[in-house]
Design a binder for this molecule. Structure first.
Ligand code: FE2
Ligand code: FE2
Length: 264
């Protein structure tokens, strides 16, 4: 019988409503689906931007194994020691040489199965980092001998760049999923060579908002083009992500299902 590994992955978690939803719903989803491994994107974890020791610890104590991030990772100075010291808190791998932290993690599940998680940032409408495609090419030569199961959080703005990365890595990693734009897409699929793919996992956070921020403040900003506060919204907390089933032996994905749940 083929041994299947079940992995839950979640998109950008925004502020305390996002953390609350994750802490309430992830342990439940983990139990219900007999999940082996959980990855959450935490780039908006602390007050909507970056993360801290305590906010990361909150996720780790509620069934999360690895926290990925994105373009907002270094916005709080409190993030620096966490990024430097915690092997399972990642920053995008394609930052310049010498940037603190690491862009991939090598983990082992309770059943002894090795899983690698790689976090990479897109370049379209974002910072001009190293090419995400070339970076993936070189990191894969390093990682492929160490883990059959490889998950890639591609934190990117442009749908086209995300889709291109999915095709580029098809058959070479177990899953490529997008984060950063906060709105879940309905294109989950298993690509022909066995890689699970979805353009965007969606946000864990308050949905009565503009991608996590107060509606009135964001509308005001669009209308006036003036800088102003954009506080984290509070109502209608949900989590958004995907459940992926992967063959332990080959690293090929068998199934991907979107997850989108409200706090009761
Ligand atoms: Fe985000
Ligand atoms: Fe982002």
């Amino acid at each position: 019988m083929v041994e299947l590994v079940k992995v839950l992955v979640f998109g950008d978690t925004v502020g305390s409503p996002g953390r609350k939803a994750c802490c309430a719903l992830i342990p439940k989803l983990r139990d219900e689906n007999e999940v082996d491994f959980v990855v959450v994107n935490g780039e908006n974890l602390a007050h909507g931007s970056s993360l801290t020791k305590d906010t990361a610890a909150e996720l780790f104590s509620h069934g999360v194994d690895v926290i990925t991030t994105g373009d907002h990772v270094f916005r709080k100075k409190e993030a620096l020691p966490v990024i430097e010291n915690h092997p399972n808190v990642l920053r995008p791998i394609n930052y310049p040489k010498g940037t603190p932290g690491r862009g991939f993690a090598l983990c082992t599940t309770r059943n002894g199965i090795k899983i690698a998680v790689i976090n990479v940032l897109g370049r379209v409408f974002l910072q001009a980092l190293d090419c995400p495609f070339e970076t993936m090419e070189s990191v894969l030569t390093l990682i492929r001998s160490q883990a059959k199961i490889i998950l890639v959080d591609f934190h990117a703005e442009a749908t086209s760049e995300k889709v291109a990365m999915g095709w580029f890595l098809d058959g070479r990693v177990s899953a490529v999923y997008g984060t950063h734009t906060h709105i879940q897409t309905a294109d989950e699929t298993i690509l022909p060579e066995g890689t699970a793919y979805i353009t965007e996992l969606g946000m864990c956070g308050p949905y009565r908002s503009v991608i996590g921020r107060r509606i009135d403040q964001v509308v005001h900003r669009f209308r006036t083009q003036m800088p102003g506060p954009m506080d984290v919204a509070e109502e209608d907390a949900r989590i958004s992500g995907a459940l992926i089933e992967i063959e332990a032996e080959s690293g090929r994905a068998r199934a991907i299902r979107r997850i989108h749940e409200r706090l009761p």
